[in-house]
Write a protein that binds this ligand. Structure first.
Ligand SMILES: [Zn+2]
Length: 93
């Protein structure tokens, strides 16, 4: 069972949705479809869990965003080849 981060309702469910993400360099925004999301029927919030947000941010940082489509699915995004083996700028790991 999922708890909504916003209203703490236990009626939150997993879903997929489209999110709009600004690239790390701020040059453009991309639409990422079919992104794993949490939807709350009580307060209407739709959001991505922190782990998903981090995965998207890491991936956008590591791939060549100049060749990135304006819209693509989460699965397509995660399948992109990374330029670096790891995120050298993430000092938390
Ligand atoms: Zn809620």
């Amino acid at each position: 069972m999922l708890k909504c981060n916003w209203c703490e309702s236990l009626n939150a469910t997993t879903s997929t949705g489209t999110v709009y993400w600004e690239l790390p360099d701020g040059t453009k925004a991309v639409a990422i479809t079919e992104t794993p999301s949490v939807v709350c029927v009580d307060c209407g919030m739709e959001y991505q869990e922190d782990s998903i947000v981090k995965e998207i941010e890491d991936q956008l940082f590591l791939i060549n965003t100049r060749e990135l489509e304006a819209e693509l699915s989460y699965t397509q995004l995660m399948g992109k080849q990374r330029l670096l083996k790891r995120n050298y700028f993430d000092f938390t790991s």
